[in-house]
Design a protein around this ligand. Structure first.
Ligand code: ADP
Ligand code: ZN
Ligand code: ZN
Length: 816
């Protein structure tokens, strides 16, 4: 009898592939383990065992596996089930989900590039022959592909050798070079929780009479720990005046537990020693309601105004689960994963907090993966959308904070999943409670509460009963007419800023555009320099005196004359954060300003630094793009100024108005979070616009009703489902033809399903590729799976057409 395994290969393949294994291997292997398999002519991939069986595949010649990588499964069965759901719902392959889920270091393959780790000194005597050959090759060449290693060693099975060398940190994978950011780490020490019990502690101390130094050290730590404080090993060493050896001995005896933690350089010190807050009555009430909803098995939406203390409610729920020994997942938009929040949670949950963050390097991500699957103690995992793909064991609570944020959706590449929606599904699979939280819920989630699909809990007052900031709309057109504008600042805004500075308060300025001025325009012929690779105008960046493309990163020096008519009269149009920064410096020469946008936050730690400058009062004003809106909690900001609300209102997207409401409400929420009532000034050319009026009186339900009506009228979600197909190619005509072919082929789809397009989007060419969209719209009466199957089928035919070989086709389900 022969044995086979079906495996998931991290490629866009619609099915699993079978490989032959020996009886002994079959005995050892379990689903979820990694194996290395040959695929195609000479490629090696890391694959995941899906299941074992005894029937040979019929239509292809079966190969042997290369190697078993794991001793224990790397992936859980539930995870595979969840991946399959994602692949099926979002119309992609399970292998693509696998690629998104596994940290790269778990996925060695022939194209993986390895480098010598310059940070380790290697003693040549430690190397065996094969290791020596590899290190020798890396001495002469900067990098090696794994397939080159195979050639050098003249053997196929090189992964076990490389695995060992990676563990020893002699070599690193190429990706890691880009993440040189190593969070600073500190060793924390604590008494094994067994000795929290006085009886046990007393016995322990009695037992230790013959090791007085150790005994003293235990006592010292016990004292230092009171009030649940975090104690660093260094502090203990200093206080107990003992050597590392004494502490080490206690660790070895399992009396002390030492853990290395990344320190949040910024705020940790301030948060230290804070005890769990007592909840305000409104918070307590909301917490009880959430529990009631959970008891009925409902996914629940917590709609709590900004600064109402939602996080403190989450903390209670997390604490409960950790005490029950369960795992908790806390999802946040990437950018909101700031040290502010992390240190807040670490204060409460210490080393039970794991952070899964793209800014952390591969090893750290791998570590989190291992902690989660080993599940030796209950953890709360904080992370951005990809944290959803971790190997959870007994996750019983999933929190999706700032659930309205669009960054929960992955737009490129596959799987194009929405982490909030997928979290709800994971919650069902794992029987975990799911809590969505926001001050400005997405229309979809709020709609779900109105039809009874989700529970709704509202928290309408701010913590400490601080009033919501007063929002005032400033008519910029009128101000211009009356010559009351200085650059982009109205006299009212300047006055209010002066007032704030006088009272030692800080100001936040919001301009949803980075750069100096978006474009440079010729006054003579109207020509604006374009990106050579994309169909967009280049953006003017004052600081570097550059024109830059925000799509592909192309940049060039600012021309002295118009490239088209040679006129020297060039002017900037529109304005961005940089220009506001410049103008601020002129109007307020005595005050300091910091800027927060994509340009200033590229460095790994730069966000943290800016936050620190605000927290310490080093700067008086912060100007930024929508990054500012993401859950930052500043104590001293009394005024928020929105320089121009108009570009947000005029954006060509069915969600533009909803988003504008979210953005303005969230940014307003940064004002007056303590004691004094904050103030918000919104400058606009359309002061009477419905959305601005709704923002100014916090009329979420008015906005909800209006927008929902529009969605109904124009057939958009939540009433209709949208699937968008995108075709990309260097050739304009071919791209369009491909789109047209697909539209024709889809025409026989179910009656009542609309197929729109092909259509060029607003930016029709990016990085030299033309794009064409085809939109499939269906009502609730249609069965989405049938439609998706049909689209898959058409895509297969499409891919077999020679002429469209070079046209890429992406499918994006719920593309909004
Ligand atoms: P949200 O997440 O709703 O915007 P936060 O949870 O950040 O609000 O709370 C806003 C501020 O109020 C935070 O600084 C928080 O520490 C404080 N706060 C919230 N609840 C309490 C409480 N019960 N006792 C003391 N301070 C609280
Ligand atoms: Zn010109
Ligand atoms: Zn470009």
């Amino acid at each position: 009898m022969s044995h086979y395994i079906d495996v998931i290969i991290p490629l866009p393949l619609e099915r699993l592939f079978a490989y032959r294994v020996t009886a002994a291997e079959a005995d050892f292997l379990r689903p979820g383990m990694r194996v290395a398999v040959p695929f195609g002519k000479s490629k090696i991939y890391t694959a995941i065992v899906h299941h074992l069986h005894q029937s040979p595949p019929l239509n292809y010649e079966v190969k042997d596996i290369e190697l078993i990588v794991d001793e224990q499964p790397t992936v859980t069965l539930d995870q595979i089930k969840f991946w399959e759901w994602i692949a099926s719902y979002y119309v992609c392959s399970v292998g693509q989900v696998m690629r998104a889920a596994l940290p790269k270091s778990l996925m060695l393959e022939s194209e993986t590039i390895i480098l010598k780790n310059a940070d380790t000194d290697i003693n040549e005597d430690e190397l065996d022959d094969k290791q020596f050959l590899i290190m020798e090759a890396l001495h002469h060449r900067p990098a090696l592909k794994i397939k080159e290693v195979m050639e050098i060693l003249d053997r196929k099975s090189v992964l076990p050798i490389l695995k060992k060398m990676l563990e020893l940190e002699w070599i690193i994978l190429q990706e890691e070079v880009y993440s040189t950011y190593k969070p600073k780490t500190v060793k924390y020490i604590s008494l094994n929780s067994r000795y929290k019990d006085e009886e046990h502690l007393k016995n322990l101390l009695d037992d230790m009479t013959r090791a007085p130094k150790q005994r003293d050290t235990v006592m010292t730590l016990f004292m230092l720990q009171t009030g649940n404080k975090l104690v660093t090993t260094k502090l203990l060493q200093d206080r107990a005046a003992v050597s590392r050896a004494v502490i080490k001995a206690l660790i070895d005896k399992n009396i002390f537990i030492e853990e290395e933690q990344t320190v949040d350089r910024v705020l940790d010190h301030k948060e230290q020693g804070r005890d769990l807050f007592e909840l305000q009555p409104a918070q307590q009430f909301a917490l009880n309601e959430i529990r009631e909803q959970f008891a009925t098995g409902n996914t629940t939406l917590l709609h709590g105004v900004t600064s109402s203390g939602k996080t403190e409610i989450y903390v209670r729920l997390i604490q409960e689960q950790l005490e029950l020994g369960n795992q908790v997942l806390y999802l946040l938009p990437e950018i909101a994963l700031t040290t502010q929040l992390i240190s807040r949670l670490k204060h409460y949950f210490k080393h039970q907090v794991l952070v899964y963050h793209s800014r952390y390097n591969l090893n750290e991500r791998l570590e989190v993966w291992n902690h989660v699957i080993e599940n030796k103690q209950p953890y709360v995992i904080i992370g951005a959308r990809s944290a959803l793909l971790l190997p959870f064991q007994n996750v019983k609570l999933i929190i999706v904070d700032e659930e309205h944020e669009t960054s929960f959706k992955q737009f490129d590449p596959d799987p194009r999943y929405h982490a909030r929606d997928a979290a709800v599904v994971l919650g069902h699979m794992k029987k975990a409670d799911v809590l969505l939280g926001s001050a400005t819920p997405s229309l979809e989630s709020y709609y779900n509460t109105t039809i009874g699909k989700y529970g709704l809990v509202e928290l309408k007052e701010r913590y400490g009963k601080v009033l919501m900031p007063e929002i005032q709309i400033i008519d910029v057109k009128d101000k211009h007419k009356r010559k009351k504008m200085k650059g982009h600042f109205s006299d009212s805004l300047i006055e209010q800023m002066q007032e704030a500075f006088k009272n030692n308060n800080q100001v936040i300025l919001f301009q949803n555009r980075r750069g100096y001025a978006p474009i440079l325009e010729c006054n003579t012929c109207g020509n604006a320099p374009q990106c050579p690779n994309c169909d967009v105008s280049l953006t003017f960046h004052q600081y570097k005196k550059q024109l830059r493309c925000h799509y592909c990163g192309y940049h060039t020096v600012v021309p002295l004359e118009c490239p088209s008519c040679s006129s020297t009269s060039l002017d900037t149009k529109g304005f961005g954060t940089q220009q506001i920064e410049e103008e601020f410096k002129e109007i307020f020469p005595d005050f300091k300003i910091a800027r927060m946008d994509l340009d200033t936050t590229r460095g790994k730690n730069s966000i943290a630094k800016i936050i620190e400058q605000i927290d310490t009062g080093e700067v008086h004003c912060l100007v930024g793009t929508q990054m500012l809106t993401k859950g930052l909690d500043f104590r001293n900001v009394s005024l928020v100024g929105v320089l121009s609300a108009d570009s947000m209102l005029n954006f060509p997207d069915f969600r533009a108005h909803e988003r504008c409401f979210h953005l303005l409400t969230q940014v307003s929420g940064r004002a007056g979070r303590t004691a004094e009532r904050g103030k918000v000034l919104i400058q606009s050319y359309n002061p009477d616009h419905q959305i601005l009026q709704q923002v100014s009186i916090y009329d979420y339900s008015g906005m909800f009703k209006d927008q929902l009506e529009d969605r109904y009228q124009f057939k958009y979600p939540p009433y209709q489902r949208l699937i968008r197909l995108t075709f990309k190619n260097r050739d304009y005509n071919k791209t369009l033809q491909a789109g047209q072919w697909f539209v024709n082929a889809l025409n026989q789809i179910e009656h009542g399903v609309e197929v729109l397009g092909p259509e060029f989007p607003a930016v029709a060419r990016i990085r030299n590729l033309y794009q064409v969209h085809v939109m499939v719209k269906m009502g609730k009466q249609h069965h989405p799976n049938t439609i998706k199957d049909y689209i898959r089928k058409v895509k297969r035919s499409f891919e077999s057409i020679k002429g469209f070989n070079s046209v890429r086709c992406n499918i994006d389900v719920d593309c909004y």
